[in-house]
Design a protein around this ligand. Structure first.
Ligand code: URA
Ligand code: SF4
Length: 216
C-alpha cells in the first residue's frame, strides 16, 4: 500500500534536517514499541530522502527473528511496495536465505540503513545514514537478533564503524550493540559478479557458526 508523503517533509522540517539535529536521536525512540516506531518512521523527516520517497520502507520479518539482514536502502520496487528487497536483488537474497534454510518473516528480519529511497539509487550519504541510525538501532533492540548480517559496503561501514573495502571487512566477526555482526556482499553486487556468490555463501555459513547453532 502506498502512503502519501507527509506534508511537512519539504517545508517546515527543512531546519530540523540540519546535520546537528539529525544526529540527535528522535525524542523517545528508546522506549518506542513496534507500532510507535513504525508510525514515527512513516512520518520521518530527519533527512532529505523524505522529499522524493513514495513511502518509507520500515523493514519486514519476525519481531524476534534470530537473524537480521541489513541492506543499503530501498530501490524503486521497494519504494513502490513498502517492503525491503522485493526487486531482483531481493529475489537473490531470498534464494540465498532458502539455501541456508532461512525464510524472511520466519527466522529472518530484513531492514536497511536508510528507510527512504535515495533518488536514482545513489549510495546514501553518511549524514543520511546517521540521521536514520536511531530507527534501525531501535529495531535491533526490539528484535534482539542473535546475529546481524550486513549486506554490502554501506551497511558494513555503518555497522562496523570502519572504512574499508567490502573484501577487507568480510570474514571477521564484529559486534554491534552487543550482537555478533558479519559482513557480506550485497545481492545487487552478486548479480553483477556471480563468481562471488561462493564467498557470500561462505559468509552465511560463517554467520551461522557465529550464531552458534545449526538449528536457528
Ligand atoms: N537494495 C537494498 O539495499 N535494499 C533493498 O531493500 C533493496 C535493494
Ligand atoms: Fe527519516 Fe531515514 Fe527516511 Fe531519512 S531515510 S527521512 S532519516 S526514515
Amino acid at each position: 500500500m502506498a502512503f502519501s508523503r507527509p506534508p511537512d517533509c519539504a517545508g517546515v522540517a527543512a531546519a530540523e534536517r540540519s546535520p546537528a539535529t539529525a544526529l540527535a536521536p528522535p525524542d523517545g525512540v528508546d522506549t518506542m514499541d513496534w507500532d510507535q516506531l513504525r508510525e514515527a518512521v512513516r512520518g520521518c523527516t530527519r533527512c532529505v530522502l523524505c522529499e522524493k520517497r513514495k513511502q518509507a520502507v520500515f523493514g519486514v520479518g519476525a519481531a524476534a527473528a534470530p537473524w537480521l539482514f541489513v541492506g543499503e536502502g530501498p530501490g524503486a520496487d521497494e519504494d513502490e511496495s513498502g517492503e525491503p528487497f522485493v526487486g531482483q536483488a531481493g529475489k537473490l537474497l531470498d534464494a540465498m536465505l532458502a539455501a541456508a534454510k532461512l525464510e524472511r518473516g520466519r527466522e529472518v528480519y530484513i531492514a536497511n540503513v536508510v528507510k527512504c529511497r535515495p533518488p536514482g539509487n545513489r549510495v546514501p550519504a553518511p549524514e543520511e545514514a546517521a540521521a536514520c541510525a536511531a530507527w534501525l538501532d531501535r529495531q535491533i533492540d526490539l528484535i534482539g537478533p542473535r546475529v546481524i548480517v550486513a549486506l554490502g559496503k554501506t551497511a558494513a561501514m555503518r555497522l562496523t564503524g570502519r572504512e574499508s573495502s567490502l573484501a577487507g571487512l568480510r570474514g571477521k566477526a564484529y559486534a554491534y550493540r552487543g550482537i555478533p555482526l558479519v559482513v557480506t556482499y550485497h545481492p545487487a553486487y552478486l548479480l553483477r559478479n556471480l563468481p562471488d556468490k561462493a564467498k557470500a555463501w561462505e559468509d552465511l555459513l560463517f554467520a551461522r557458526r557465529t550464531l552458534g547453532t545449526a538449528a536457528a
